[in-house]
Design a protein around this ligand. Structure first.
Ligand SMILES: [Zn+2]
Length: 424
């Protein structure tokens, strides 16, 4: 048995609602949260991490991230969704070889861990061949992040090929990596393919994540109606973006048990649509935050939380004034875990859950003296505050540095790969 005591930090738990517990210890045993409270007693041999001057909270959860794009930081600036689809999906993506997928996904996953995101839904539409898929999974496992591998089948959409490859992928993920069906869905035209995606997901008991409702009012209505007409809307599905759904659509999605992933930064940068955070919550839909892509701007959770908070607060007629820092922290942690299908695994400090934790510095000029710990974590801290990060009880970042990887090599491989692709 291995145990670690995180001692003397200001602890914030997030379930059922974000709450400041105060100065306390967190005891981790065999990778799980064993206890939270003041002055915990420990067995001999317990490693102690001094968290004095730190906030201790659950790691962040990003529910939709195209992790393979990590080498494309700033490759599409001052542009729109149409430009993204043309230049990134139409131009760069076909050039990716398996080694590029590995380099991008590894660097992207480490970027997440470095900034306190301990769980991602890796929405991966770069599966040109099984070799690409294997490289993607290997990079996630090498990174040491908790990941739901959102598998977007790269074949022609036929049911047999999709089923066979999805089965193979399901057998290839293990440990911290699990699987979802990343569906191209009914809004991109090929309805037979969309139907196959949901049917295979149902057969293999995989949740679905799909970009829906973010391409205009007409396609939003048509896509949702398609799922309902074919009797697949009740399958566990995350609606990514969802900007153009009316409140009536959102009520229908809530009734189907659907969830929402809001990307407040890219939805504004790429002018996809106004983020629906508050409207989704008002409809009773489990709602979460996501980074989407780093092509047009940073995708760390601090930026996402601030964008979601600000965009909600400024809604017309005061409609978003009830949205608080506690709400945005809940979306970034426990509600994100629920949307990712991992609500029983991570997202809070509940004893028995996996020990996915982040320690944030408060002894800095931009945070001290942290009068309100939840505001410190959501509105004041940035990635430079991330001092220590733990995934499943394993310390992946300590004293401000990732510990398991040669970052110079990771960055050299990323730069070599991305330069080849963007200058081709
Ligand atoms: Zn996306």
């Amino acid at each position: 048995m291995t145990s670690t005591l995180i001692s003397g930090g200001v602890v914030i738990d997030t379930s059922p609602e974000p709450t400041v517990i105060g100065t306390a210890d967190v005891l981790v045993r065999d990778g799980r949260i064993a206890a939270v409270g003041p002055d915990l007693t420990t067995e001999s041999g317990t490693e102690v991490i001094d968290a004095t001057g730190r906030l201790v909270l659950p790691g962040f959860v990003d529910t939709h991230r195209h992790t393979w794009q990590a080498g494309l930081h700033g490759a599409l600036i001052d542009d729109t969704l149409a430009g993204y689809l043309d230049r990134v999906i139409g131009g760069f993506a076909p050039l990716f070889q398996p080694e590029d997928v590995y380099a991008g996904t590894l660097a992207g996953a480490l970027e997440c861990l470095d900034s306190g995101i301990t769980t991602i839904v890796d929405w991966s539409h770069i599966q040109h061949t099984p070799g690409h898929t294997d490289a993607n999974i290997a990079a996630l496992q090498a990174a040491g992040i908790r990941a739901v591998f959102g598998y977007a089948y790269g074949g022609d959409g036929g049911a047999d090929g999709l089923l066979a490859e999805a089965k193979r992928v399901r057998g290839a993920v293990s440990g911290l990596v699990s699987m979802a069906m990343a569906a191209f869905g009914p809004e991109f035209g090929d309805l037979e393919r969309a139907l196959n995606e949901w049917r295979v997901a149902r057969e293999l008991d995989l949740p679905v994540t799909a970009h829906m409702g973010g391409h205009g009012a007409e396609t939003a209505e048509r896509g949702l109606a398609f799922l309902e007409e074919h009797g697949i809307a009740d399958h566990p599905t995350t609606y990514v973006h969802a900007n153009y759904y009316t409140d009536e659509h959102l009520k229908r999605i809530a009734g189907h048990g659907g969830t929402v992933s809001v990307s407040p930064v890219t939805e504004t940068e790429l002018v996809i649509g106004y983020p629906i955070t508050g409207r989704a919550l008002a409809a009773g839909i489990p709602t979460s935050l996501s980074g989407d892509s780093v092509i047009a701007g940073a995708a760390d959770m601090f930026g996402m939380m601030r964008a979601a908070y600000m965009l909600e607060r400024v809604r017309p007629d005061g409609a978003g004034l009830g949205f608080t820092t506690r709400d945005v922290l809940r979306l970034a942690t426990i509600e994100g875990a629920q949307v990712a299908g991992l609500g029983d695994v991570t997202g809070s400090l509940t004893p028995g859950k996996q020990a996915d934790l982040v320690l944030l510095r408060t002894d800095t000029l931009n945070v001290a003296p942290a009068h309100d710990p939840i505001a410190a974590a959501t509105l004041f801290a940035d990635t430079s505050a991330v001092d220590t990060v733990m995934v499943a009880g394993h310390v992946v970042k300590r004293d401000g540095r990732l510990v398991d990887h040669d970052l110079q090599t990771v960055l050299e491989n990323l730069t070599t790969s991305a330069t080849r692709i963007t200058t081709a």
